[in-house]
Design a protein around this ligand. Structure first.
Ligand code: APR
Length: 306
């Protein structure tokens, strides 16, 4: 397996490091537009491998021909948020970058599965699919895994339970309209409403929605990257191992959940062909309304591109 990571910034370099540490690929290629940055970071990561007992090989380059025959391409290139910005504010600059990268992927890695991380996520994933012309199964946006991990974190901080005992899922667009499924949260198999007051649950939902902005406010010059990188790696592992984990990912919907021609976060199973299955969850009327609202918001942003 060869995995390429486009964008050697905070998210991209963290993804490449984790992939090498876990030896998920024999060959990793880190690409960036800035000369020297991917080369330097790749060499630094490579020199950490003896300490990890990993024989993964990573190279950094500015030359897209190096991504040739990659099985997976992770796209993290683009501008991150600054305080006060929404993900949607990034659309113009990141759409140009995504289009250029799509052409390189199409030319050099035509059989790859593409994981999109660049924001605004659902719109960039849509653009990637249209520009590469790839089958809808092979373009997947990373958002729900991250938003769900944030939700589980906040629940665990509140209840003191172990994160592995908490099941929670966030669907919808990766923006202010995301839908943390409060009615689906389980703590050691018990519904959260039996453990916490509704008001408390509402606060956790709100903190999850603002999870990215909370970090941007602290960092001031960029956005989160450790948890986003870990979320990408969770998806890469699921693709490689075909472990049938149900992961919320932004995928192209053509009628599923009642939506057409849109990328939106829904539960899926991943495998070597990309998306193996879109899992249909029973949603309450309230959850469906929230998902409708989120789909509307994503459609509005997609329409900016057209
Ligand atoms: N080709 C390749 N790399 C590019 C290009 C391009 N056309 N344009 C920009 N880059 C690179 C930059 O040089 C930089 O190294 O993308 C990298 C982005 O890194 P950071 O600025 O550190 O941003 P990061 O935090 O990694 O976020 C990247 O992921 O989570 C999203 O909102 C975030 O859209 C942003 C993306």
């Amino acid at each position: 397996m060869k995995i390429s990571v486009i964008g050697a910034g905070n998210v991209g370099a963290s993804v490449a490091l984790k992939i090498c540490e876990k030896e998920l690929a024999e060959e990793v290629v880190l690409v960036d537009i800035v000369e020297g940055v991917p080369q330097g970071k790749a060499l630094d990561i490579l020199q950490a491998m003896p300490l990890n007992g990993s024989n993964a090989r990573i190279t950094g380059t500015n030359d897209y021909s190096q991504i040739k025959d990659s099985g997976i391409v992770v796209v993290t290139a683009g501008v991150p948020r600054k305080p006060g910005m929404t993900r949607e504010d990034l659309i113009n600059v990141n759409a140009g970058i995504t289009k250029a990268i799509a052409a390189h992927i199409k030319a050099n890695a035509p059989d790859s599965i593409v994981i999109v991380v660049t924001n605004p996520l659902d719109v960039m994933a849509y653009l990637m699919m249209k520009e590469t012309g790839f089958d809808k199964k092979r373009v997947i946006g990373m958002a729900g895994v991250l938003d769900s991990a944030r939700f589980r974190t906040f629940i665990a901080l509140e209840t003191g339970d172990k994160v592995e005992d908490i099941e929670a899922m966030v669907l919808g667009g990766h923006g202010d309209s995301m839908v943390p499924l409060a009615e689906h949260i389980k703590i050691k198999g018990e519904p959260i409403n039996d453990v916490l007051e509704k008001e408390k649950v509402d606060q956790l939902v709100k903190r999850t929605k603002d999870g990215g902005a909370e970090i941007v406010k602290f960092l001031k010059t960029g956005s989160a990257f450790y948890a986003p990188a870990a979320s990408v790696v969770e998806m890469v592992e699921s693709i490689i191992n075909e472990d049938d984990k149900i992961l919320p990912c932004s995928v192209y919907l053509n009628g599923e959940y009642g939506y057409e021609d849109i990328f939106l976060g829904v539960p899926v199973k991943l495998g070597p062909e990309g998306i193996k299955e879109i899992v249909m969850l029973e949603l309450s009327d309230e959850e469906h309304d929230l998902l409708d609202n989120s789909a509307e918001e994503v459609k509005k942003t997609i329409s900016v591109l057209k």
